[in-house]
Write a protein that binds this ligand. Structure first.
Ligand code: C2E
Ligand code: MG
Ligand code: MG
Ligand code: MG
Length: 279
């Protein structure tokens, strides 16, 4: 009986693996079509300062699948990193975000920066800076309107190399933010050596900031740290007035979340910006 069970378990295992594999192959082929056939779209989410004025925007990619509808980047970005498709995908995102930012700047609708999320593979490629310069040239977006969001993981992978790239970005006038701060298990010492401009407190800490003493302590700690190190600090994932009030009263400067605006396509964003106070 044990033997039978064992065999069943084995069959079940390979079956799972097979279907997982074919799912991956399918996704991979479909993602290539998405990249080649305009199924990727960018949505934009505003960031607001403490007075409620627009501080900047973040570009967030979506896959508009012909059958499955909108697919979240959390579901295809990791896959695209494994297959290498993140490279053409990221190039498209960067160009589109810069093009749209240029349009908004020209219309007087964007005074701040457009933030673009980077993937580890993209950032650590030797051609990264040259590609970026090319996109800025092509789209005519001034570097002073661009910000790049990096994760702790990106910076930890090759810290020496990362410092060189960050210095180059600095020299170009592009600002940088550490995204999802606090989720990465990295040492705090690196904040001292890395030339970055901004920290984004991960939304998992923001979520329970008004109910959990621990999460409140983490948010306060990050805000204090950012202040002492002369970094700007953003709280992401603000969904309630209580979260907003709490963080504002504890010195947070910039806010992003569904409470103010969801990520939206460019046409909806233009309407939103036109109706919103600007600095
Ligand atoms: P992220 O960069 O931390 O982006 C913030 C995520 O939180 C976005 O999810 C946004 O829609 C969501 N969000 C914003 N406000 C709220 C809120 O109040 N409540 C909740 N529950 N969520 C909120 P999204 O768009 O699904 O993106 C997920 C992640 O995928 C991003 O996290 C980012 O790491 C990655 N990503 C998105 N676009 C790109 C891209 O173009 N390139 C790369 N490499 N990664 C991307
Ligand atoms: Mg981000
Ligand atoms: Mg984030
Ligand atoms: Mg996050």
């Amino acid at each position: 009986k044990a033997k039978q069970q064992g065999r069943n378990a084995f069959q079940c295992y390979t079956g799972d693996l097979d279907s997982k594999l074919s799912l991956r192959v399918m996704l991979r082929n479909e993602l290539q079509e998405a990249i080649d056939h305009d199924q990727l779209v960018l949505h934009y989410q505003p960031l607001l300062d403490a007075a409620g004025r627009v501080d900047g925007l973040e570009a967030l990619v979506r896959w508009r699948h012909p059958v499955k509808g909108f697919i979240s980047p959390a579901d295809f970005i990791p896959l695209s990193e494994e297959t290498g498709q993140i490279i053409p995908l990221s190039r498209w995102v960067m160009a589109q975000a810069c093009r749209d930012a240029r349009t908004l700047v020209d219309q007087g609708l964007l005074a701040g920066r457009m933030a673009v999320n980077l993937s580890p593979m993209q950032f650590h490629r030797p051609s990264f800076l040259a590609t970026l310069r090319g996109v800025l040239d092509e789209t005519g977006l001034p570097a002073s309107h661009l910000e790049l969001e990096l994760t702790e993981g990106i910076l930890m992978r090759d810290t020496e190399g990362a410092i060189d790239i960050l210095n180059a970005l600095n020299g170009m006038g592009i600002s940088t933010a550490i995204d999802d701060f606090g989720t990465g298990f990295s040492s705090l010492g690196y904040l001292r050596t890395l030339p970055i401009d901004k920290i984004k407190i991960d939304r998992t800490f923001v979520k329970h900031v008004t109910e959990s003493d621990k999460d409140a302590a983490i948010c306060q700690g990050v805000i204090t740290l950012a202040r002492e190190l002369d970094l700007r600090v953003v709280a992401e994932g603000i969904e309630t007035h209580d979260q907003h009030d709490y963080l504002r009263h504890h010195g947070c400067e910039v806010f992003q979340g569904y409470l103010f605006a969801r990520p939206m396509p460019l046409d909806a964003l233009v309407e939103w910006l036109e109706a919103h106070p600007r600095p």
